[in-house]
Design a protein around this ligand. Structure first.
Ligand code: GDG
Length: 741
C-alpha cells in the first residue's frame, strides 16, 4: 500500500550481496573495512537516510565463535545493517561458482569462461537467494521499499513476491544484460527471468540492456512486453534505463583540496617531460587490460617520436585472487608489460609503470588530477564509474578520456574518444590522438563531459529510481485495491437466488498453450463445470472464439451453453446449434490467400478455418519475427477489408478476421431474456474480444477481466487459477443448505 502523505517517508531496505563493510577475521577478532566497488559507494547515501536498512553478506565470518558472531550482529543492528552469514562452501558455490563463474562471464559475453560444471552450483545459488529473501521478509514492514541489487540476487524479487505480495520491490542490474542470443545459453534462463519479474521495477544501466532483456522475455518466456512494461501474473512490471553515476560534488571538492593538487604535482614531477596516461581497474578479464597494453606497444611501434614523451601508469586492483582464470590473467599481463618495457625502455625512461595493488583515495584522486589521458577500455562494462570520476576531477579541463564503446558509460559520455577495445590498432591511434590533441579541443570535449556528470549524479540516479519504483508500486497497489473482487460482493453473489456465468475459455479457464489443440480441458476443470451445472441455481455458458466442433467435442456432454466463433454459433444445453445471420462472406477467399502467403514466409504459423472466420496463428513462430509478420499482415488486411463487412480482431498470438457485427456481446443479449429475475450475470474473460461481453452486460452484471491489461470490466483476477478458485466457491457455496432443502 502507498503510505498516505502524513506518514513518515518509507524505509529503504537495500539488499546486495555484500554489506558496505566487509569483516576480516584475524585470530578470531573481527575487523571491519569498507567494501570496495561502485555499488557500495553509490548506495551509501540512501543507507544514510533515517530508518534505512542494508541486508547483505558481511564477508567470511566462519573464523568467529558463535558468541562473537552474536556480538557482531548486535553491532550491525546499531549501524542499520543485517548480516546474511554464509558458510564457506556456500560462498564457494553461490558466489565464486555460480555468480562469478557462470553469470559474470556470460553477462559480459565471455562465453568461453562460463564454467563447464555450472550445473553443480545452481542449487547453492537458489538456496542463498532464498536465505536473502527470508532475511528481508523478517525485517520488512508495510510501507518499506525493497531495493535488490545485482546479478548475485536475481531470484530474490520473485522469492520475496511470494512471501510479501504487497511489497514494493525494485531491482537494479549493475552489469550488462546480454543480447538474448547469449543469454539463452544459460540452462536456468527461465528461472532467472522469472526471478526478476517479481519486482515492480527492473532497472538497467542503459537502454540497450533494457532492450536485450525485453527480447529475452519474448524468446524465453514467450511474453510480449512493450518497451517499458509488461503484464506478468496479474501485475505490471515496469522496466527502465537508470545510468548509475557518482557523487560529483564530492569528487570535485576533494580533487580541489590543496593536498590533492600537491600530490598531483608531485606525481607529474616524477615524470618530467612526460604526459601521464592512467588506467585504474579491478584486475578482471572484462576490463581489457591485455589489449590495452598491446595498444601501448602498437603506439610505440608506430609513433617513435612519442618515446620518452609519456608514461602509462596502470593500477590493477587484485580481485578474485585464487581463481584460476584470474591468476592466468595476472600472469599474462605481467608478461605483456615486461615485454613492452623490455622492448622500449632506455636508461632514463620506461613506458609502463604497473601497480598490482589497490590505492587509497588520496592516491586515486592524485592520479585523476594528474592524468593527461585516462584509459578506460573494458571489453564490456555495465557502466564504469572510473570514467565518470576522472571527468569530475578534471578541474582544468585539459585531460582526455579514451573510452570503450562497450562500457555503459559510452552511452552518456559521447564526447570522449570512443574506441573499439578489440581493435588494438584503432585504440593505439586514439591514444596518440589524445596525446597530441590541442588544448582547446581537449577543453571543449572535457567541458561537455563534465556538464553531463554534473547534471546527472548518483543522487539523481537514486531519486529517479526510487520515484519510478514508487510510481510502479502505487499503480500495482491501486489496481489491486480497485479491481479485486471485494469479499462483500462475492457474498452478495453467493446469496442471490442463482447466478448465470458466461465464461471465455482460452486464457480464462486454462492458460495459453503453444498450439490451440494442446489447451484441452483437464479433468479437474470438467469436473468443476459439471458440479456447477448440476446445481439448479447456476447457469453456465462458454463463449469462445473456437469452432463449434471443438467445443462440442470437449463440453458437449456437460450441460453447459456453448457459443462458438465469438457468438456466430450458439447452442443451448442439449439443443441444436443455431447460427446468426451474417453479411456477405465474399472476402474470405482473398483473406485466406493472404494468410497462406504469410504461412510460407513465417515457418510455424498456420491458418485455422472456421465457418465464418479465418485465423492466422503465429505462436509457434520465432517470436520477434512472428510479431513483426503479424503487424504486416494486419496492415495488409486493413487495406483489403476497408469496404468489406469484415473486421480484424486483436488477439494473443493470432490475427483473426470475422464478419462485422458478430461478437460475444450478442450472446448476452439473448441470454438476458432467459436468466430468471434476480439472478446476476457474471462474465469472465481475458482477451480483447471479451470486452464486447463486458460492454453488453446489464447494469447489475459483473464483469471480471483476467490479467492486468486495460479493460472496461469492473473487476480483475490474475490468472486461470484464481478464476477456478472463484468458480469453486460458486460450485460449493451453501451446498449443505441446498441438500437440506
Ligand atoms: C559494477 C559494474 C558499474 C577502484 N579501484 C580503487 C578504487 N576503485 C573504485 C573506483 C570506483 C569503483 O571502485 C569501481 O567502479 P566500477 O564502475 O569501475 O566497477 P565495479 O564496482 O567493479 O562494478 C560496473 C558499477 O558496478 C556500478 O554500477 O559501473 O560496470 O561492473 O568508484 O573509484 N577506489 C580506491 N582504490 C582503488 O584502488 N580508493
Amino acid at each position: 500500500m502507498v503510505p498516505p502523505d502524513s506518514s513518515p517517508p518509507p524505509r529503504n531496505l537495500i539488499v546486495s550481496n555484500r554489506l558496505p563493510v566487509t569483516i576480516q577475521v584475524h585470530d578470531g577478532v573481527p575487523r571491519a573495512v569498507p567494501s570496495a566497488g561502485g555499488l557500495a559507494t553509490s548506495m551509501r547515501q540512501v543507507h544514510a537516510e533515517p530508518g534505512s536498512l542494508w541486508i547483505g553478506w558481511p564477508g567470511d565470518t566462519c573464523g568467529l565463535s558463535p558468541e562473537a558472531r552474536v556480538d557482531l550482529d548486535e553491532q550491525f543492528v546499531g549501524q542499520n545493517l543485517r548480516a546474511v552469514h554464509l558458510e564457506r562452501t556456500q560462498v564457494e558455490r553461490f558466489y565464486e561458482g555460480f555468480s562469478n563463474g557462470v553469470l559474470w562471464p556470460l553477462f559480459h559475453y565471455s562465453l568461453e569462461r562460463v564454467r563447464l560444471d555450472a550445473w553443480k552450483d545452481w542449487e547453492a545459488y537458489r538456496e542463498v537467494n532464498e536465505r536473502f529473501a527470508d532475511t528481508v521478509a523478517q525485517v520488512w514492514q508495510p510501507g518499506d521499499r525493497i531495493w535488490v541489487h545485482d546479478y548475485q540476487l536475481a531470484l530474490v524479487p520473485q522469492l520475496l513476491r511470494a512471501r510479501l505480495p504487497e511489497a514494493s520491490i525494485g531491482f537494479f542490474l549493475h552489469i550488462p544484460f546480454p543480447a538474448s542470443a547469449a543469454f539463452r545459453i544459460l540452462p536456468w534462463r527461465r528461472e532467472i527471468l522469472e526471478g526478476l519479474l517479481g519486482a515492480d521495477l527492473i532497472g538497467f544501466q542503459t537502454f540497450s540492456f533494457q532492450r536485450h532483456f525485453m527480447s529475452a522475455l519474448l524468446r524465453v518466456l514467450g511474453l510480449e512486453p512493450r518497451l517499458e512494461d509488461l503484464e506478468y501474473q496479474g501485475r505490471m512490471v515496469r522496466v527502465g534505463a537508470f545510468p548509475i553515476s557518482i557523487d560529483t560534488r564530492y569528487f570535485v571538492a576533494r580533487s580541489a583540496e590543496p593536498e590533492t593538487s600537491a600530490a598531483a604535482e608531485a606525481l607529474r614531477a616524477n615524470h618530467p617531460g612526460c604526459q601521464l596516461l592512467v588506467g585504474v581497474d579491478r584486475l578482471d578479464y572484462t576490463k581489457g587490460l591485455p589489449r590495452r597494453v598491446l595498444a601501448i606497444e602498437r603506439l610505440l611501434e608506430r609513433a617513435p617520436h612519442l618515446h620518452g614523451k609519456f608514461k602509462f601508469i596502470q593500477v590493477a586492483v587484485p580481485s578474485r585472487t585464487g581463481v584460476e582464470a584470474y591468476e592466468k590473467l595476472r600472469r599474462e599481463i605481467d608478461e605483456l608489460i615486461g615485454r613492452v618495457n623490455g622492448r622500449f625502455s632506455n636508461l632514463q625512461w620506461s613506458p609502463v609503470q604497473y601497480l598490482y595493488r589497490s590505492v587509497d583515495e588520496a592516491e586515486l584522486l592524485a592520479l585523476y588530477r594528474a592524468g593527461d589521458v585516462m584509459l578506460v577500455t573494458p571489453l564490456r562494462d555495465g557502466m564504469n564509474l572510473v570514467a565518470k570520476e576522472y571527468v569530475a576531477c578534471q578541474l582544468e579541463h585539459d585531460g582526455v578520456l579514451v573510452l570503450s564503446e562497450f562500457a555503459g558509460a559510452a552511452w552518456e559520455l559521447g564526447d570522449a574518444l570512443l574506441v573499439n577495445p578489440y581493435d588494438v590498432d584503432q585504440t593505439a591511434q586514439a591514444i596518440q590522438d589524445a596525446l597530441e590533441m590541442p588544448l582547446e579541443a581537449r577543453a571543449e570535449r572535457m567541458k561537455a563531459l563534465r556538464r553531463r556528470v554534473q547534471q546527472w549524479t548518483v543522487h539523481h540516479w537514486t531519486s529517479d529510481f526510487l520515484r519510478a519504483l514508487d510510481a510502479a508500486h502505487a499503480e500495482n497497489s491501486q489496481r489491486q485495491a480497485t479491481t479485486a473482487l471485494p469479499a462483500g460482493q462475492i457474498d452478495r453473489l453467493l446469496s442471490a437466488p442463482g447466478v448465470a456465468l458466461v465464461l471465455d475459455y482460452d486464457g480464462t479457464l486454462v492458460p495459453f498453450a503453444s498450439t490451440p489443440d494442446r489447451a484441452r480441458p483437464d479433468a479437474a476443470l470438467l469436473q468443476l463445470l459439471g458440479r456447477l451445472v448440476a446445481r439448479r441455481d447456476r447457469l453456465v455458458h462458454l463463449a469462445s472464439g473456437r469452432d463449434r466442433s471443438t467445443l462440442l467435442q470437449w463440453f458437449g456432454g456437460l450441460g453447459v451453453g456453448l457459443h462458438a466463433e465469438h457468438g456466430y454459433w450458439s447452442r443451448l444445453p442439449d439443443g441444436e446449434w443455431v447460427q446468426r445471420p451474417v453479411p456477405s462472406l465474399d472476402w474470405m477467399p482473398s483473406v485466406r490467400a493472404i494468410m497462406e502467403r504469410f504461412c510460407e514466409h513465417a515457418p510455424g504459423s498456420f491458418v485455422e478455418e472456421k465457418a465464418v472466420a479465418l485465423a492466422w496463428h503465429y505462436r509457434r513462430c520465432e517470436p520477434q519475427f512472428g510479431a513483426s509478420q503479424a503487424r504486416e499482415l494486419r496492415s495488409h488486411l486493413a487495406k483489403l477489408l476497408a469496404n468489406q463487412p469484415a473486421e480484424v480482431l486483436p488477439g494473443v498470438k493470432v490475427v483473426e478476421v470475422r464478419p462485422s457485427g458478430i461478437h460475444k456481446g450478442l450472446i448476452l443479449q439473448d441470454l438476458a431474456l432467459r436468466v430468471p429475475p434476480g439472478w446476476p450475470i457474471v462474465a469472465i474473460g481475458d482477451d480483447a474480444t471479451d470486452e464486447d461481453l463486458f460492454r453488453a452486460l446489464p447494469p447489475e452484471g459483473i464483469g471480471i477481466h483476467v490479467g492486468s491489461r486495460d479493460s472496461i470490466a469492473r473487476y480483475r483476477l490474475s490468472d486461470p487459477t484464481s478464476v477456478r478458485l472463484l468458480l469453486e466457491r460458486f460450485a460449493s457455496a451453501g451446498l449443505s443448505a441446498l441438500h437440506a432443502a
